[in-house]
Every structure is written in C-alpha cells, then in structure tokens.
Ligand binder design. Structure first.
Ligand code: GAP
Length: 437
C-alpha cells in the first residue's frame, strides 16, 4: 500500500472520472473555485451530514436541530460584528490587477507574480451582498450569511419558548455559508460557497472551560470513529492574537492534507458575546432564567464549527489507496462503511446469459430496499470490480453460472478482496450484519 505524490491531482481526477465532484459551469469554461457534487459526491456528502446529525442530534437528549434561512436581517451582521470586523487586508497589483491577501505576502510593496507595484493594504469585507426585492437600493441590501451560527443565536428565544430546554443544551444546524474569500483554492478546501455543520452549546459561564475541553475531544473522536487515521489528525489551540473577534478561546482540529496541516473544524468558547450583542441591538431580553436558583444570566456558548466540504475532502484523501495487485495497480477508496456512497454492487459474471442477468437484476432490486445498491453489467468482471473499488463500494455481489444451480452468490469484500460464497436467502442478513453493526 502506498500514498502518492500529486495526491490532490489524483483525487481531483478520480472525483471527475467517477462522478464525485465537477467544476461548476464547466461547459462555459467553469466558475473558478466553485464545485458541483455529482451522483457519488452527493451521497458521500449526505452520509457525512447524516453521521454528524446522528451523533449530535438524534443520539443525544440535549441538542435540538434547526434550519435557519440563509438571508437574515442586515442588523444581525451589525450586532455580530461581521460588518465591522469580518475582513481580510488586501493589496492590488497596479500592473496585472491581481488581488492578494496581505497575510500571504512576503514583500508588501511588489506583486509576487509580475513584480508590479502593490497598492496600500485595504480592508476587504468577506460578506457577499445582494438585494432583497426588485430595487437595488441601500435599504434593501442583505447579506448571504458567512456562518450558520447567527441563525441559531437569533432563534435562542424561540427555542427556549417552544422547547423549554435546561442548561446545558445545544442547537445544531447544517447549511450553506458564503464568503468572498480573496485566496480560495486547494480544490474544495477553501471556496466562496461552502457548507458548515455547527453547534451552539449553551452552558453556565463557570462550566465553559470544562465543556470546551469535552467538546474538543468529542469532535476529535468523531473523525477517528469515521476512519480518519490518528496520525493525520491533530488539535491546535489558537494563540491569543489569532482568535476571532467573538472568541475567548479556540482549538482547531487539523488534518494533514497533501498541502499541509489545515483546519477542519474550530471549537471555540464564544462566551456571552453573541447573546449580549443581539440583546443590545434587538432590545429583547436574551438572558436565561434558572428555575432552581432564580438567577438570570447570559449563558456562555461553546461552538464546534466544522466544514462539510473540508471533511468530505479529508475523508477522500485519507481513504485513497493505490495497491499493487499482480501486475496491475488497483485504486481503492477505503471509506468507512457509513460514508461509502454505495454499499453493494450487484454484478453478473456473464452479461450474455439472460438467466444470470435476470437473477442479478432481481437481487439488485431486492437489495435496494435495504442498502444503497447499484447494478452494473457494462464491462468484464475485473473492470467492474475496479470501478466499484474506485468509488469505495463496500461489497460486490457476483452472480455466476453456479448461482443458477446452488442459489448462492459470491460476496467480495472491498478492502481484503476476500470472497465468500453466501446463500441468496441469507444474503440480506449477511450484509446487514456487516453494514449495520
Ligand atoms: N461560526 C464560526 C465559524 O464560522 P470558521 O472557523 O470561520 O468559524 C468554521 O469556520 C469552519 O467552516 C471551518 O473550520 C471550515 O471547516 C469551514 N470553512 C470556513 N471557511 C471556509 C471556506 N472558505 N471554504 C470551505 N470551508 C470553510
């Protein structure tokens, strides 16, 4: 087994070849740094979201899910500090007109590409603006949200009044966010449109430090439990001078991407910044009333905030293998069973034998009721196996001549390539035991 150089290129090529991720608007030359998820990509992405929702919402009693709108009242972004603080410093090249993030520049005077003169550094707000209603006027200016978090803060009262949760409790949300990044890149790692998975966990102020540590471990283990190798994952506490304007403390979970260690998720202690700000700007009382002590106070907020697209990319990179099999190289995505876009492929050994094809198709239709299953008869069996390996299909079920006699099929394991002969009437139980355990 070996990992390779040029891994990002290989992942990009596999994603296009096998229908995971495509360049946006490709037939028009593409929109740079914008990506569309194809048939297997959307399955993988949905599986990542389900795995997150399951452990954070369905399996817990203290976290409630929600789905806020992307467009929010413009005052939200004044209260949150985004209008004032959410910017990067940038310089433009006077010759080639390219724009650079000052933090990425070694020489602040000369363009790194054409050596032309750079303009003075200026703040560049990262929020996307749009207009609500038919008239483009300042009064109707709205922003595409740069984080999903604010949708949860502004619904704090609604959640309290409708569900009456007691501290500590959380609100969880998955959704799109938009940032006009100056230097997007590294495939889907940094884009202008992306998806976040965020939890706002409300705690008593005196419990915040302890809860922050618990959440860092809990979120770190989530990636490990879904198959990321431990030596590719690390925790990196933020230095005081790199904290966001709202954060008291923050630790990033980083993945060892081919382009270097980079952030997958940040877990921050936002203290009472957000609730206090929204209370001040909206005039509403956003304090929590503790029945037992009769105290009224602003809870602190612990926020695990991850990116779906970045996780998907890390899962793809971590699962990618090239293995020597006889004189051939097999490319295989060893994705965790819960993430694999397809669980079972049914393949007829001979596509010119109608009885075999008929039995294989019947099996596929039947298995589809319990597992994500595909049927493929468009190539010879060796090629069909390779195709399924490349998309990470967990099991291949092959129907052959003997199956017609003994009512058994061959089940091939993706990772070991070991083959088991399984009776057709036991097949569902066999697959269930392995896939649903
Ligand atoms: N609410 C806090 C917040 O938004 P953040 O560190 O700015 O914190 C959280 O973003 C996560 O969102 C990041 O860890 C990353 O996974 C993802 N993310 C942020 N900007 C992104 C971008 N331009 N492209 C893809 N993912 C991004």
């Amino acid at each position: 087994m070996s990992k390779n150089d040029n891994l990002m290129e290989k992942i990009g090529s596999l994603c296009k070849r096998r229908g995971f991720i495509f360049q946006s608007s490709e037939i028009y030359g593409g929109l740079s740094n914008t990506w569309d998820y194809g048939p297997f990509g959307v399955e993988l992405k949905n599986n990542v979201k389900s795995a997150w929702w399951k452990v954070n919402v369905h399996n817990r009693y203290d976290i409630l899910g929600m789905d806020a709108a992307i467009l929010m009242h413009p005052k939200v972004w004044e209260a949150s500090g985004h209008v004032e603080n959410f910017h990067d410093l940038k310089s433009d090249c006077k010759s080639c007109k390219k724009r650079f993030k000052v933090a990425d520049l070694k020489d602040l005077k000369r363009c790194p590409e054409c050596k032309g003169e750079l303009t003075e550094a200026r703040p560049f707000n990262l929020m996307f603006k749009t207009y609500q209603g038919p008239v483009e006027e300042a009064a109707s200016l709205v922003y595409l949200r740069p984080e999903t978090a604010q949708g949860m803060f502004v619904n704090f009262l609604n959640i309290l009044d409708s569900k009456h949760p007691k501290l500590p409790f959380g609100i969880a949300q998955i959704g799109k966010a938009f940032r006009n990044e100056i230097t997007p890149g590294n495939f889907t790692f940094r884009t202008r449109e992306f998806e976040q998975m965020e939890i706002e966990y409300f705690v008593k102020p005196q419990d915040a430090d302890k809860k922050l540590e618990e959440w860092i471990d809990y979120r770190f283990n989530w990636y490990l439990n879904l198959g990321i190798k431990e030596n590719n994952l690390r925790k990196r506490p933020h230095a005081k001078d790199e904290l966001a304007h709202y954060a008291k403390a923050c630790t990033d979970i980083e993945y060892n991407f081919p382009f270097g260690w980079s952030e997958l998720e940040g877990i921050a202690n936002r203290a009472d910044f957000d609730l206090k700000q929204h209370a001040k700007e909206s005039g509403k009382d956003l304090q929590y009333f503790d029945d037992s002590t009769k105290d009224k106070f602003y809870p602190y907020i612990i926020e695990p905030s991850g990116g779906i697209d970045r996780s998907v990319l890390a899962f793809l990179v971590d699962a990618y293998y090239e293995e020597k099999v006889k004189d051939d190289i097999r490319v295989v995505l060893k994705l965790h069973k819960d993430l694999a876009p397809v669980k079972v492929a049914v393949l007829p050994l001979l596509k010119n034998r109608p009885e075999i094809v008929e039995l294989a198709k019947k099996l596929a239709v039947d298995l589809k009721k319990g597992f994500v299953t595909v049927y493929d008869d468009t190539a010879a069996i060796g090629k069909l196996y390779r195709r399924q390996d490349e998309v990470g299909t967990f099991f291949c079920v092959t129907v052959d001549v003997q199956s017609l006699e003994d009512k058994q099929v061959t089940v091939r394991d993706r990772d070991t390539m070991k083959q088991d002969r399984v009776a057709i009437d036991r097949l569902k139980d066999y697959l269930s035991e392995k896939l649903n355990s």
